[in-house]
Design a protein around this ligand. Structure first.
Ligand code: FAD
Length: 489
């Protein structure tokens, strides 16, 4: 295997034709695309000490029992059908010899509730059929141009109305665990096309990284294969982007200024929503409206290491609590396919529950987790964990959440505006901009490539050849609201 990438700490250069702001999947793919198009006059500017973005690994476990776990993206979701199109993330994984194992989410699930182990796999199978009906019903609406609604509306209309803790947990497993948002918070139509784009276009396989170099190695190795030292600045946090018809200036938090003809912003949607980076002049209203209309969700993986394994032999267990979303998914990494003997168990929580727990003292979270495990295993004395870790994505000013989600009220025009450039100077790329693959690494990849191709025509061509994305200045209803304020007496 190639040696770990050594990316230089800082470049002395300050001016380039293009500044790529952010060194995650979208940023490195944009850089690779520019390079492949013969443009090398660019600098990638990244706040962290390494590239990778939300591909973020962590060394976890007590001394002598340490493993590389993934706090962010962990799976290549959708690989390739026999002779169908290949997920470009899978292409990168293969190119850089990423060590992966196929996850078997839906085979041999262990099931628990507040009474301990109990079998409700029939309910999980029903939830799987309900999810399929949800997707199919959205597919039937699209050709008729029927209006969007929440996935909850879709579920209800197709006859799925979960009542019991088992039904809620089973629905959560199929829906929230993927979208990190509830059916109420999510678009019926967009969740369906998002699911189909990844799992039908590529494949239903989920290949999990168990690589000791971290999942990020695919980006770092890729970056090392074409980036020169003076084409990347690490530990450089962007604070202000000033733009005009003539070009762009980028101010870093240390006061340094970089200038360029174009910038490609790959900050997460959450970063754009929180004004962590300022724009001068402020971004136009149509752009801000789009930014604030899509949602950034939270997906928190909580890792626990125990001195020994006392739990289920399947990869995943489902726990049905009376409170929907309370520590429902448990994943064993101490599995012959993953990290045997590691003693690592992880649970995932999302959105509202996730925001609740990260505001609690760590001891309290740990007590809650041990309490749930005690409920799942009433006849076992749960040993004290040897390590415990999670990352609060929501609170990190470089991410402000985990990945984007398409809410029911989000119109296609607004999404086009989210993706659109401003003045053909300030460009936006990142997973949120991908209409089909938002949320996924492949979304970031496709956006990085697509936007870099647009910028290429601006850098190489005449002014006429430089064509930005279309945006809609005022997003309107096709039919105005008919509201009669008259008070009848
Ligand atoms: C917990 C979690 C689990 C996930 N699981 C999966 C999965 O299994 N499979 C999958 O396909 N996807 C998954 N995703 C989503 C996937 O990680 C993202 O879609 C993808 O990494 C986004 O890439 P990006 O380049 O658009 O953004 P990012 O990776 O966020 O890149 C943006 C970069 O900008 C940098 N930056 C931010 N602010 C500044 C600033 N002011 N100045 C300079 N630099 C800045 C950041 O440090 C970052 O490196 C997961 C994400 C999370 C958080």
């Amino acid at each position: 295997l190639p040696a770990p990438p050594q990316i230089p700490l800082s470049s002395a250069r300050s001016d380039a034709k293009v500044l790529i702001l952010g060194g995650g999947m979208a940023g490195i793919t944009a850089a690779r695309t520019l390079h492949d198009q013969g443009i090398d006059d660019f600098i990638v500017v990244e706040a962290r000490h390494e590239v990778g973005g939300r591909m973020l690994s962590h060394t976890f476990g007590e001394p002598g029992r340490q493993y590389t776990v993934e706090l962010g993206a962990n799976w290549v979701q959708g690989t390739r059908h026999d002779d169908g199109p290949e997920n470009p993330v899978w292409t990168l994984a293969k190119k850089h010899h990423l060590d992966t194992r196929l996850s078997s989410y839906f085979e041999g699930l262990a099931t628990f509730d507040e009474d301990g182990p109990v079998n409700y796999t029939d309910v999980i199978e029903a939830a799987s059929r309900n999810f399929d009906k949800l997707i199919a019903s959205a597919g039937a609406r699209l050709p008729k141009s029927l209006v969007d609604a929440s996935a909850r509306t879709g579920y209800s209309l197709t006859g799925s109305r979960p009542q019991t803790p088992h039904e809620h947990a089973a629905e959560y497993y199929h829906f929230d665990w993927e979208f990190q948002s509830s059916p109420e918070e999510t678009s019926w139509l967009a969740s369906s096309w998002n699911n189909n784009s990844t799992f039908f276009t590529f494949s239903e396989q989920n290949a999990m990284s168990v690589d000791g170099r971290g999942f990020k190695t695919i980006l770092q190795s890729e970056a090392r294969s074409f980036l020169r030292e003076d084409q990347i600045r690490l530990n450089a946090t962007v604070d202000l982007i000033s733009y005009s018809d003539d070009g762009v200036e980028v101010r870093l938090t240390d006061g340094q200024t970089l200038s360029a003809d174009h910038v490609i912003c790959t900050f997460s949607l959450g970063v754009l929503q929180h004004d962590d980076v300022h724009f001068e002049p402020p971004l136009p209203m149509w752009k801000r409206e789009a930014i604030y209309s899509m949602t950034m969700g939270v997906y928190t993986k909580i890792f626990l290491q125990f001195p020994y394994k006392f739990w289920f032999d399947t990869e995943i267990a489902l726990y049905a609590d009376r409170e929907r979303g309370r520590y429902p998914i448990w994943q064993s990494l101490d599995d012959p396919d993953f990290f045997p003997g590691s003693g690592i168990l992880l649970t995932t929580v999302t959105n509202a529950f996730s925001r609740r727990i990260v505001s609690l003292p760590k001891d309290q979270i740990l007590d809650e987790l041990l309490d749930v495990l005690g409920t799942m295993y009433p006849n076992i004395t749960i040993p004290a964990p040897t390590d415990f870790h999670f990352k609060s994505w929501d609170e990190d000013p470089l991410f402000r959440g985990s990945y984007a989600n398409w809410p029911p009220s989000f119109l296609e025009e607004k999404h086009a505006n989210l993706r659109a450039d401003v003045k053909r100077r300030v460009w936006f790329a990142g997973e949120a901009g991908s209409k089909l693959y938002f949320g996924y690494l492949q979304g970031a990849y496709f956006e990085g490539r697509h936007v870099a191709m647009k910028v290429t025509s601006c850098v190489q061509g005449s002014r006429e050849a430089c064509v930005g994305f279309e945006h809609v200045k005022n997003v309107k209803n096709t039919r105005p609201y008919d509201i009669d304020y008259e008070v009848s007496v």
